[in-house]
Ligand binder design. Structure first.
Ligand SMILES: NC(=O)c1ccc[n+]([C@@H]2O[C@H](COP(=O)([O-])OP(=O)(O)OC[C@H]3O[C@@H](n4cnc5c(N)ncnc54)[C@H](O)[C@@H]3O)[C@@H](O)[C@H]2O)c1
Length: 323
């Protein structure tokens, strides 16, 4: 299959490109490099540099690449930023999805796999959450993902597209140093950045109704997330599917437990600062991944320690090389 990956120069996108290649697919990347990096891409990768919001450009890229499928990963992803600047999120994520779907319809590209998020569930869902749990997001970011799922469902029905939405939980780790998460939003790289500069990492809220008062999340290794794309795409090649899948481990870890894992892996003892809870954060969000395991046989293979170890190796290698 010829697969166009939007956001393929980003953290998760580059791992998905790697996994799909490993699975024998021919992969192209469409990215505006707003947060992505060319250093994550093999120089032989066909790259279409530009914005999702430019529908004529996306359509031309799909036609030129002769794409059989789109893996739509490109988006803005920070909950806190979405609360401060919701218009940015509705434009980039929702208008971006509209543009991708319109381009696909015009270019007759029949399949789409979409990067959704556990942020669609919100506080109304009780962990572990299934795909049928209530979806009442607590942030504009979560709403953009839910709106994209709805748009996908409606457009796919009208234009006979095969689609799947993967609701990732908290993605961590790295397959190789040059693919690492260099962002400022995810917990593990934030802790690495803090301890590398001698600053105490921040814990936002310690009075949540969880076992130690800090937020509980389901941390999934990015290689497992990438492999889930290969598994879903394979199934989409043979039938006209329409599915939503949770992509998580089924195990919850609190912020303090993540800090403990970082201390263990790095051998660095550090203090953390307790700060006020952030708007939009839920207490406990852990996946029930039964559906994808039962239907496709996919399951996570890595644990939290493996994710922290690979992320720390990548962080250390990038720090040594000064990139
Ligand atoms: N990282 C997580 O823990 C997590 C969890 C759940 C869902 N997700 C979703 O996974 C996806 C990827 O996340 P990530 O952590 O790899 O982020 P990232 O910022 O590393 O990657 C996003 C990529 O999309 C590109 N991009 C952004 N806007 C674009 C536009 N308008 N046109 C073209 N390219 C554009 C960026 O340059 C970048 O390469 C996002 O959709 C995010 O919402 C991430």
């Amino acid at each position: 299959m010829r697969v166009m990956v939007t956001g393929g120069a980003g953290y998760i996108g580059a791992h998905v490109v790697r996994a799909l290649r490993g699975d024998g697919q021919t992969v192209g990347v469409l990215d505006d490099f707003s947060t992505g990096s060319r250093a994550r891409l093999d120089p032989a990768t066909p790259v279409y540099a530009g914005s999702l919001l430019d529908t004529a450009f996306v359509e031309a890229a799909l036609r030129d690449f002769e794409a059989d499928a789109v893996v739509h990963i490109a988006a803005k992803k920070a909950v806190e930023e979405s609360v401060a600047d919701p218009l940015l999120y509705y434009r980039e994520n929702v208008t971006g999805m509209h543009s991708v779907l319109e381009s696909m319809v015009r270019a007759a590209t029949p399949r789409i796999l979409f990067s959704s998020s556990a942020a669609v569930y919100g506080p109304a869902a009780t962990s572990p959450v299934t795909e049928e749990s209530p979806t009442v997001p607590s942030s504009p970011y979560g709403w953009t993902k839910l709106m994209c799922e709805r748009m996908l469902c409606d457009v796919a029905a009208a234009h006979n597209l095969s689609w799947a939405a993967l609701r990732y939980f908290n993605v961590a780790g790295s397959a190789e140093p040059h693919l690492a998460d260099r962002g400022e939003t995810n917990l593990i790289p934030k802790v690495f950045r803090a301890i590398s500069t001698g600053v105490a990492p921040k814990v936002f809220g310690d009075t949540y109704p969880t076992r130690d008062g800090t937020c509980v999340r389901d941390y999934i290794h990015v290689c497992d997330v990438a492999d889930a794309h290969a598994a879903v795409l394979k199934q989409m090649g043979s039938d006209l599917s329409a599915s939503v899948y949770n992509i998580g481990t089924g195990t919850g870890t609190s912020v303090l437990e993540v800090m403990a894992a970082v201390r263990q892996v790095t051998g660095i003892d550090f203090h953390h600062d307790i700060c006020a809870a952030r708007p939009g954060d839920c207490a406990d969000v852990v996946a029930d991944p039964t559906k994808i395991r039962t239907r496709l046989g996919w399951r996570s293979r890595h644990d939290l320690k493996g994710a922290v170890e690979s992320a720390w190796q990548a962080w250390s290698a990038l720090s040594r090389s000064g990139s």
